[in-house]
Ligand binder design. Structure first.
Ligand code: SAJ
Length: 427
């Protein structure tokens, strides 16, 4: 009588070899849960390699943008039952108390765990704290009687999509993959090797989860560092932008980061919060990361105090008018998640400013409408703040403006050096 283990091993082996061969022969059907900018890039890469793909999203408009004979959009999770592979690309934001919120991931895992039980590879692409796959996601499947490494193969592969980046795409950005066991890792490597030039397996999923946190915490700490150091440079009358340019001539061990009004987006300001929370569970205090998060949150207030200093009470008796240029979180996108510009609006209004904005990518937001940028509109203002330096903002209207301009991105310098007065200030 063959032991249970042998039977299980045989089952695992056949489940594993079945999925492996289907991936190799492009016969596997891949489900993508969450077709936002990450899921959409993944779907397009899978379709380009002729994988039959099912895209699930609650928001039908996100599915409408993909048109391909091998693509089936759906708003019903049960349509994923036919998929032997399912990739989860749902957001993992922070909640209103700035605490990690993986409820979308838990819901997606719960829904997938309730699908018909057939061997399946599930890959989580969402950014999560180290240990989430093993401690939070796997138990959801095990509670639904899936057996990790038997009929369930589970891996993490953190997304590395940079929206709008033309040089680094899903295909040419190395993909980190970590499975809960060897077979899971092997299957995930096989899948991603079909659509990404370089796949990097890690020994454990925790290493893969940690590496993503490292990437984005590194970025926040360095941006907060340059924002803090700028305060010293300004006080000392030193041009921080030229200093960064000079430091960047060092061909090794220096990566330029630039001052700004704060760090937005759903990755950089958010991921370090996940790391901080998880580190606390081990009694570890990452003071430097906490300070970076604090500095970042302070930036919008610094912009307001600079505006008040430049106005120096000139508008006594009436609300000073502030025009914000660019409210998306970074140039070239309409995404306003965690955008510092929105925080500037809130802070400015708290300080009594009358605020309006112009952003060619964001026609309306939170009850405001983007104003049409004209000389007349600029003349009406007391102060102009360049918060997000979209390339298609007509800076020629600003560069000779005889009003205080707070150019948080130093974009005007590249317009006309001639407007700098001898003290190196913009007129
Ligand atoms: N920012 C600065 N100074 C800088 C760089 C960025 O203030 O020197 C601000 C931006 O204005 C923005 C925020 O930080 O508000 C985030 O900018 P980002 O360029 O990091 O853009 P993201 O959020 O799209 O980050 C993505 C991330 N990619 C992934 O998570 C897969 C990040 O890891 C990349 O480093 C980044 O793109 C990139 O390098 O473009």
């Amino acid at each position: 009588m063959r032991s249970n283990t042998t039977l299980e091993n045989n089952f695992t082996n056949s489940a594993y070899t079945n999925i492996l061969s289907k991936i190799k022969n492009r016969k596997v059907r891949v489900g993508v849960v969450g077709v936002g900018y990450v899921g959409q890039a993944l779907v397009e890469a899978l379709l380009a390699e002729r994988f039959e793909t099912v895209g699930f999203d609650l928001n039908e408009s996100k599915l409408a943008s993909i048109n391909h004979p091998l693509f089936s959009p759906t708003t019903s999770v049960t349509n994923l039952s036919k998929c032997e592979v399912i990739c989860i690309c749902v957001p993992t934001p922070v909640d209103e108390d700035r605490r990690p919120d993986i409820s979308d991931l838990e819901k997606a895992s719960f829904d997938i765990a309730r699908l018909e039980k057939k061997e399946r590879l599930v890959v989580v692409e969402s950014t999560v704290s180290p240990g989430t796959l093993r401690k939070k996601v796997l138990p959801i499947f095990e509670k639904a009687l899936w057996k990790g490494g038997n009929n369930l193969f589970l891996a993490i592969s953190p997304e590395r999509i940079d929206p709008g980046n033309k040089s680094f795409t899903l295909k040419n950005t190395p993909k980190i993959v970590g499975g809960i066991d060897e077979r899971s890792t092997r299957l995930a490597v096989e899948l991603y090797s079909a659509i990404v030039e370089k796949v990097v397996p890690t020994t454990t999923p925790e290493i893969a989860e940690f590496s993503k946190m490292l990437e984005n915490t590194y970025r926040l700490v360095n941006i907060s560092l340059i924002n803090q150091i700028k305060g010293y440079a300004d006080a000392a009358g030193i041009d921080i932008w030229e200093a960064i340019e000079a430091a960047s001539t060092k061909p090794f061990a220096f990566m330029a980061h630039y001052p700004g009004p704060g760090v937005g987006g759903h990755c950089i300001p958010v991921d370090p919060v996940y790391l901080l929370e998880e580190a606390k569970n081990y009694g570890i205090n990452l003071g430097m990361v906490e300070e970076a998060v604090r500095i970042n949150e302070e930036q919008p207030k610094k912009v307001i105090s600079e505006a008040k200093k430049k106005l120096n009470g000139h508008t006594a008796g009436r609300a000073p008018k502030m025009l914000l240029l660019g409210i998306a979180y970074k140039p070239g996108t309409a995404d306003t998640r965690e955008s510092p510009a929105i925080k500037i609006i809130h802070e400015a209004e708290k300080e009594g400013f009358e605020v309006s904005y112009f952003d060619p990518y964001v026609p309306k937001l939170n009850g405001y409408n983007s104003r049409f940028l004209t000389r007349e509109l600029l003349e009406e203002q007391d102060v102009v703040v360049i918060a997000t330096h979209h390339a298609n903002i007509p800076y020629e209207l600003i560069v000779n403006l005889d009003k205080p301009v707070i150019d948080t991105r130093n974009i005007l310098r590249s317009y006309h050096q001639s407007v700098l007065n001898p003290n190196g200030e913009y007129t």
